[in-house]
Design a protein around this ligand. Structure first.
Ligand code: NAP
Length: 316
């Protein structure tokens, strides 16, 4: 395959971490490209309201935040290419990025590939996906006006999205496997006060059943050991996220869940390769921390390129 173009920095992933890295790298004068395989903005574009991103006391949608970040990155001449990265190799100190459109030689790579929703892995989940089972309340919530829906999970995503679903549905069950929620207190309290929400705790979904569309859930109560049926029109699954870290499989250090370990400069085990945002091991997954990671990774990559500038081949 022919080499397409050379860049100083290739950023893999166009969510908040990648866009923030692009703003910092391109503003720092580095020739910067973002590769994104699907949609600029990443997971945040399906978040209806972001109320904790500093500087915006009026809620902004995730989509609007991503659009503003993209414009800001492009203002500093970062290029955005809608190409899927298939592999990352090394060539001396350089990295060779293979995408769906060819090869690119770059000095440094920032992996900002994010994460994707974990599946529940129960019978019926696959069959009813798109027929009542969804992983995105923002995308599908409006289909359930005056209907009965359930949300599985006890984290921030599950509870926030359950509250969002009460705008449409007449009843929202939250099914959680323990008696305590994981979500932050302020969000929990909002859900407890919401009259449309009913909690089904200490319970797991054993199976999703129906005809052409979902009709009911089979629930197992871990305390009483009883099985019950719950009629629903829709089921929204929010049981955590899985890192999109397969590009560096077995070449860098991961935590036990597959999130990439970095040092505090966002450096991975490979010289000149950095990681930022949800794909990394971290305590807080937010737009603000992803953006912060991206900025740190770009700053560190710029420093690393400068320190090694004599060792890169001269560009044609
Ligand atoms: P999460 O925090 O990992 O929560 C996943 C939830 O699903 C937990 O309550 C977990 O139960 C439950 N769960 C996991 N596997 C399950 C299974 N097989 N069956 C039933 N339940 C299962 O994931 P998340 O809510 O998607 O959030 C991901 C990250 O994004 C978090 O760091 C979160 O704080 C962040 N986030 C932040 C915001 C915000 O600040 N506005 C919004 C959304 C997400 P246990 O509690 O028993 O483990």
């Amino acid at each position: 395959m022919d080499l397409n173009t050379e860049y100083d920095i290739a950023i893999v992933g166009g969510g908040p971490a990648g866009l923030s890295a692009a703003i910092y790298a391109a503003r720092g004068g580095l020739k910067t490209v973002i590769f994104e395989k699907a949609l600029i903005g990443g997971q945040i574009v399906v978040t209806a309201d972001v109320e904790n991103y500093p500087g915006f006391e009026e809620n902004m949608s995730g989509f609007d935040i991503a659009e503003k970040m993209q414009k800001q990155a492009e203002k500093f001449n970062a290029e955005i290419k809608l190409e899927e990265v298939k592999a990352i190799g090394t060539e001396g100190l350089c990295k060779v990025v293979e995408t769906s459109n060819g090869l690119y030689r770059v000095k440094s790579v920032i992996l900002a590939t994010g994460a994707h929703p974990r599946k529940l892995a129960v019978p019926g989940e696959e069959k009813f996906t798109g027929r009542g089972v969804s992983y995105c309340a923002t995308c599908d919530g409006a289909l359930y006006r005056n209907k009965i829906v359930a949300v599985v999970g006890g984290g921030d995503s599950a509870i926030e999205e359950a509250i969002f679903l009460t705008k449409f549905a007449r009843k929202v069950y939250i099914i959680h496997r323990r008696s305590k929620l994981r979500a932050v207190k302020i969000v929990q309290e909002r859900a407890f006060k919401n009259e449309k929400i009913e909690f089904i705790l200490d319970s797991v979904v054993q199976a999703i059943e129906g005809g052409d569309f979902i009709e009911k859930l089979m629930l197992y109560n871990k305390k009483t050991e009883k099985i019950s049926e719950l009629p629903v029109h829709g089921l929204f699954i929010y049981v955590g996220i899985i890192p999109n870290s397969e590009l560096l499989e077995s070449r860098v250090e991961f935590d036990e869940q597959g999130f990439i370990e970095t040092d505090n400069t966002m450096h991975t085990d490979i010289p000149g390769v950095y990681a930022a945002g949800d794909v990394t091991h971290k305590v807080l997954r937010q737009v603000v921390t992803a953006s912060s990671d991206g900025a740190t990774a770009a700053f560190s990559a710029e420093k690393w390129i400068e320190e090694n500038k004599e060792n890169f081949p001269k560009q044609a």
